[in-house]
Design a protein around this ligand. Structure first.
Ligand code: HEM
Length: 155
């Protein structure tokens, strides 16, 4: 990771303020996907698409380092990977609930808040993108519910 000098200063400030570092990100990512994989609703969505969990987890650590510590190491296009998934607001609520549960377990309070704020923002933008892809234009604060997924929701 080679960051421009001005970014090194910002990263240092975030690390000092929140306590976030590579080891914490790894604990959060691994702990979160341990929960996701056994979740009745989310587990099957991931298991049907992820062949190599080690590389997914590694990618997610790089992603969260970029998002929280501004490492600039993640170069993917996450929206493209999500717009075609069979998910709606209810899946995002479960995703966020598991993420929050894990963050509160493995992070000190300021770090948990920092992760959660960003996860919520990114989740909303994915939900908006998925709705748009399904020809639904959400107004501010409106959630995307896809009735076709109702049968999965008993899980
Ligand atoms: C219901 C919620 C979600 C589900 C079911 C879901 C599912 C998935 C799946 C199946 C993949 C693998 C896609 C593939 O490789 O073809 C993936 C990748 C990924 N997800 Fe999610 N996701 C959800 C929410 C989120 C949220 C809220 C974030 C960010 C805060 C996120 C970040 C990512 C990233 C960064 C990748 C890797 C994309 C890449 O290959 O570069 N996901 N997700």
């Amino acid at each position: 990771m080679t960051q421009p000098p001005h970014r090194v200063a910002i990263t240092t400030e975030i690390k000092n303020r929140t306590g976030i570092d590579a080891a914490m990100i790894e604990r959060l990512v691994h702990g979160f996907y341990d929960r996701v994989r056994i979740d009745g609703l989310l587990g099957p969505v991931f298991e049907a698409r992820i062949e190599d969990w080690d590389s997914h987890l590694q990618k997610m650590c790089v992603f969260w380092s970029s998002v929280t510590l501004l490492t600039g190491d993640y170069h993917g296009q996450p929206m493209v990977k999500h717009v075609f998934l069979p998910i709606d607001a209810r899946y995002f609520d479960r995703w966020l609930a598991l993420f929050e549960e894990t963050a509160r377990d493995v992070c000190p309070e300021p770090a948990a808040e920092y992760f959660l704020e960003r996860a919520q923002r990114i989740a909303s933008s994915f939900e908006l993108g998925i709705a748009g892809r399904n020809n639904v234009l959400l107004s501010r604060g409106e959630r995307y519910v896809n009735k076709e997924l109702d049968s999965q929701l008993d899980s």
